[in-house]
Design a protein around this ligand. Structure first.
Ligand code: AHM
Ligand code: MG
Length: 340
């Protein structure tokens, strides 16, 4: 019988801390608080079909999109779970236009938290997987003072931790502090995240591509050629690839992390910066994929090195197995040079 360890996420976080003798335990407590918030959101997501929570609030978020009730619930839950722990100096959420200050009566800490409370929320009514994404930085402004926008606008490469929860056939939480990516599955009977995927490594090359092909007409010529290339037959490179697109980035990314391949949300002639948000979606997922041995690019260079200018800026993304991201970059570069 294989030797199984009963490893809860709290135990894993604390044991991980021992590898860093200078750690104060603050990041561990922050991650544990996040895990609690995610459990509560998961419970609410699972109840979505049973209670009168589906439907629209009628409000629009800062991107002009209609907000669903569950989005706001997840946003408020994360704020409430994270505002008083003393670990954070500032937060920012995809659902809120400006930075979120820590209330005056609570201690101000040294970390910065950015989150997309409920990604893929247009899928809620169809019972398709959705997720929560988070990104953590160390503050760059002086300790003890309220955090500012400068603390939030750091390039992704400065992240100290990132993770996501996927509310699917089961709820999973995947996180990294930069060394190793670990996945935990929520056992609903005991309400604990149990280590189920230790040290996940993304395959060097995959056989699946994931993109909204409805936008084909508006793509860069190099990308059009790349997708056609993936559909051609060639045994040596395992083509044709399969196509999978859920339309929930967390779910598409989770599959890409486990099976390999590539997920793309490119810029196109209608959306020059693509659709997905750099700070809430692209950076944390790029940090995770790189920590698992994969690659993330904006089509031409390393995504994590982009210097952000705006909390809600968008960014094209090509992310997944190293081999596959290298090939798409090559197609785009050759088309830019007029070679194809
Ligand atoms: P959201 O944050 O409003 O849910 O939007 C982000 C989602 C991603 O999860 C997904 O990859 C993408 O939008 C799908 O967009 P499209 O419908 O244009 O393919
Ligand atoms: Mg989102």
């Amino acid at each position: 019988m294989p030797k199984m360890r009963f490893m809860t996420i709290e135990r894993h976080i604390i044991e991980g801390e021992r590898l860093h003798p200078s750690a104060t335990g603050e990041l561990s407590r922050l991650l544990s608080d996040l895990a609690i918030a995610i459990k509560v959101i998961s419970l609410e997501v699972n109840k979505a079909g049973l209670v009168d929570i589906l439907g629209l609030t009628g409000d629009q978020n800062v991107h002009g999109e209609t907000v669903r009730k569950l989005d706001m619930y997840a946003h408020e839950m994360l704020f409430k779970a994270m505002d008083h722990g003393g670990h954070l100096c500032v937060m920012a959420s995809e659902e809120e236009e400006n930075i979120i200050h820590i209330p005056h009566d609570y201690k101000i800490g040294k970390y910065v938290l950015l989150f997309d409370p409920l990604d893929g929320s247009s899928n809620i009514d169809a019972n398709v997987s959705i997720g929560t994404i988070f990104s953590i930085y160390k503050r760059i402004t002086p300790d003890g003072t309220p955090g500012t926008i400068h603390d939030c606008l750091q390039p992704g490469v400065e992240q100290v931790a990132a993770g996501y929860a996927v509310y699917g056939s089961s709820t999973m939480l995947v996180y990294t502090t930069g060394h190793g990516v670990h996945g935990f599955t929520l056992d609903p009977s005991i309400g604990e995240f149990i280590l189920s995927h230790e040290n996940i490594r993304i395959p060097e090359k995959g056989k699946i591509y994931s993109i909204n092909e409805g936008n084909y007409l508006y793509w860069h010529p190099g990308l059009k050629k790349y997708i056609k290339y993936l559909q051609e037959e060639d045994k040596a490179t395992q083509r044709p690839y399969s196509s999978r697109y859920i339309g929930s980035m967390v779910a598409d990314l989770h599959r890409t992390l486990l099976y390999g391949g590539i997920f793309m949300y490119p810029s196109d002639s209608r959306s020059p910066r693509g659709k997905l948000r750099l700070m809430y979606e692209c950076n944390p997922l790029a940090f995770i994929i790189e920590a698992a041995g994969g690659k993330a690019s904006d089509g031409r260079s390393r995504l994590l090195e982009i210097k952000p200018n705006d909390l809600h800026e968008r960014c094209p993304i090509f992310i997944g197995s190293k081999y596959d991201v290298n090939v798409v970059e090559d197609f785009i570069a050759r088309a830019d040079r007029g070679e194809i």
